[in-house]
Design a binder for this molecule. Structure first.
Ligand code: M6R
Length: 608
């Protein structure tokens, strides 16, 4: 949450910072602001505005081409409403020092009271402003922004990425991080600091990872990293494997639509290189894990949690060990029983979700082995896990997660097959069959995408519905939950996913004449196919307007029928979820909502 960019180099800082903010706006869009060092030792230029970045851009009256150092922020509000005053950057009283922040300073009230007692005047309701005043005091003592930052960070509780600039050193940006993301972009004669690499990807592919409680100073020629005591740290460098085009809309109206259409490639890329032969699986990343576990616990949030729920069915069936899936935000406050034989798998597209990170640390403190499934190289969750399997979905910019989910499920299937292959819980011939099914997925997803136009048209007919219900059984149940989540976050409609078997235990009371019900049917050969067909009859008998998602093995007399190709039952969510994504997308468009930046949300939830 909140996007942060800092730039120092020979180019005009404003254009570099605004370009970065444009790419980071998915992280928060309640307000945006920049601070630029235009003249040594003079007040910084600060422009900030409530609302989306376009509002800020609309009010800029100069390109400030004489500023070569600057910081910028796009906000997801926590402390203080989304107003011009609460927008970042926040200044000290001299107007020469500015700070931007992502995260929450938990002890800001006591800091603020202390600062007010010493005569500081606050302008905003934010937790961040305390940092600006504290930094100012410390800067007066040491005359060095990095020293000041180290000493201020030692006093802060909570999570933060902070960037600061002082007009006395306009070419210097100082950053710090604890539990919130910050990466360095190493350019030629210019350097960047940002919440993620997309902010500088069009200028450099060299990035440096920053660890917990580290402070970084960047000038055009130099990057210096220390811990909070001032001891030098050598950060790990990595190369960004995708290019700027991947983070652009490329002719699609919205990032979400583009990302839905990228799914065949994302799944193919995630499978690439994993099968040295038609009946074996290679996951070198797992070689250092003791895989003699007797239990798997999957921890994640939102869509990634649904990926875990889907994966559970395959792991239990193929590997024959118990799998529990839990919301990371709930797990971290429990006293669960974990042993060294519990393999904890965290799933996170961003690798920065605070609840998942804290759940990971909780699991580690209880002695579990940890594996993360992540899409963002160098992010915190994989860095803190015993092993990581990266999904190869490419950057996911839209707030609503699509291709990340499919690739996360595919990786869970790979893990299940890998363990099953080693333990012998599946025969070689069955493994071969399943590998072949996995490899056919990209084409089958493509097939669905080629025929979505009628679905899009049909969706528009439901735009005034009050509520949409999603029904599924077995592995179709978490698919139903995901369909409902997508619709809620994009269309702002009431939507709920139910297990077909639960209908008569309460939810059927919601069915009224015309209630849209999206029913996901398993293949006709499944032992629950008949049961699901009965559920459809039950809701139709009560007036529901059923939209069925089914493969051609079903002969159904339902006017609204969405066909998906046939596949192995356990893999079916990888197909059935695609029309659900399109349904939610089209509904959001039809209702006039902002698809890529749905209200109240942000892409990475880096605060609790
Ligand atoms: O980055 P993560 O995968 O950890 O994010 C988890 C959830 O916040 C995320 O999936 C969220 O639910 C999406 N907006 C759903 O579309």
């Amino acid at each position: 949450m909140c996007g942060i960019v800092g730039y120092t180099g020979p180019n005009p800082a404003l254009s570099r910072v605004i370009e970065g903010l444009r790419r980071l706006e998915y992280r928060g869009y309640d307000s945006a602001g920049v601070a630029l060092a235009t003249k040594v030792g003079e007040k910084l230029v600060v422009e900030k505005k409530a609302g989306k970045l376009a509002n800020l851009e609309g009010t800029l009256t100069s390109d400030y081409s004489n500023a070569h150092g600057g910081i910028g922020h796009t906000r997801w509000a926590t402390h203080g409403g989304p107003t011009d005053v609460n927008a970042h950057p926040h200044l000290d009283e001299s107007g020469k020092l500015a700070v931007i922040h992502n995260g929450i300073i938990e002890n800001y009230i006591e800091l603020k009271e202390e600062l007010e007692r010493r005569g500081h005047k606050f302008k905003s309701e934010t937790d961040t402003e305390s940092v600006a005043h504290l930094l100012s005091e410390e800067f007066k003592i040491s005359g060095d922004l990095a020293t000041a930052m180290r000493s201020v960070c030692s006093r802060l509780r909570g999570s933060f990425t902070l960037l600061a600039i002082h007009s006395d050193r306009p070419d210097l940006i100082v950053g710090a991080r604890r539990n919130s993301p910050l990466v360095v972009g190493v350019g030629t004669g210019e350097n960047f600091l940002a919440s993620d690499v997309s902010a500088f990807i069009s200028h450099t592919k060299r990035a440096l990872e920053l660890g917990q409680d580290q402070v970084v100073q960047v000038t055009p020629e130099k990057v210096v990293v220390t811990d909070l005591s001032g001891a030098a740290i050598t950060p790990k460098e990595y190369e960004i494997t995708w290019d700027a085009k991947a983070a652009e809309r490329g002719g699609f109206k919205h990032f979400m639509l583009k990302e839905i259409f990228e799914q065949p490639k994302a799944v193919a890329d995630t499978l690439l290189g994993r099968f040295p032969s038609s009946d074996s699986i290679e996951l070198k990343e797992l070689e250092n894990l003791a895989l003699d576990c007797n239990r798997i616990l999957i921890l994640a949030c939102g869509t990634a949690y649904h990926a875990g729920l889907i994966g559970k069915y395959a792991i239990e069936e193929w590997v024959q060990i118990p799998v529990d899936v839990e919301l990371a935000s709930e797990f971290r406050y429990r006293k669960p029983v974990l042993t060294s034989k519990t393999l904890v798998i965290t799933i996170s597209q961003s690798g920065e979700t605070m609840d998942t990170l804290m759940a990971l640390r909780h699991a580690e403190s209880l002695g579990a082995q940890t594996l993360s499934i992540c899409n963002t190289i160098g992010s915190t969750i994989p860095r803190e896990s015993d092993a990581v399997l990266y999904t190869h979905a490419g950057p996911e910019i839209a707030v609503a997660s699509t291709k990340a989910l499919l690739t996360q499920v595919v990786v869970l299937h790979l893990v299940a097959l890998y363990i099953a292959n080693r333990s012998g819980s599946l025969s070689k011939s069955r493994i071969k069959e399943l590998i072949s099914e996995l490899l056919e997925l990209p084409n089958k997803i493509e097939e669905i995408l080629e025929t979505v136009e009628p679905l899009r048209e049909m969706t528009r007919g439901y735009k005034d519905s009050n509520s949409v219900l999603f029904l599924g059984r077995h592995v179709g149940f978490p698919a139903a939950l995901e369909g409902a989540l997508k619709l809620k976050e994009l269309a702002y409609m009431h939507a709920e996913g139910f297990a077909g078997g639960e209908l008569k235990h309460g939810p059927i009371a919601l069915i009224d004449k015309g209630t849209p019900v999206i029913a996901i049917l398993p293949p006709a050969s499944s032992e629950i196919a008949e049961k699901m067909r009965s559920n459809i009859q039950e809701v139709r008998a009560r007036g529901a307007n059923v939209i069925a998602i089914a493969d051609p093995s079903h002969n159904l007399d339902i006017p609204n029928l969405i066909r998906i190709p046939e596949c192995e039952e356990l893999l079916q969510p990888l197909l059935s979820i695609v029309p659900l994504q399109v349904f939610a997308y089209e509904m959001a468009v039809a209702r006039g909502n902002d698809v890529d930046q749905p209200r109240n949300l942000a892409k990475s939830v880096t605060v609790e």
